[in-house]
Ligand binder design. Structure first.
Ligand code: SF4
Length: 92
């Protein structure tokens, strides 16, 4: 699944961490994804957003998405690591 964090919308409440420990706090006090956490395939970070591919526990990621007060997290369960790669190639 693909997990996106809108860094402009994130306000650092960290409800996401409570539900899914693949989320982490970055040096700016905003949410990011721990690239070394189990179930994290890859993580890309820009000024605006964090885009990660997760495999495994979809329920935890969905709970984090629902718990985020400003709606900064978007989880797309139909996006696999393979289709994310294809989308990236399409963007190039
Ligand atoms: S719950 Fe939402 S607003 Fe809070 S840290 Fe996580 S992503 Fe940011």
């Amino acid at each position: 699944m693909r997990v996106e964090i809108d860094r402009a919308a994130c306000d650092g409440i960290f409800a996401c961490l409570v539900h899914d420990d693949r989320f982490a706090e970055d040096e700016a006090g905003l949410a990011t994804v721990d690239p070394d956490a189990a179930g994290v395939v890859d993580v890309e970070r820009t000024e605006e957003r964090v885009i990660a591919t997760f495999e495994g526990d979809a329920d935890a990621a969905a709970l984090a998405e629902r718990a985020c007060p400003p709606g900064a997290i978007t989880v797309r369960e139909d996006v696999t690591a393979q289709s994310t790669d294809a989308a990236r190639e399409g963007d190039a």
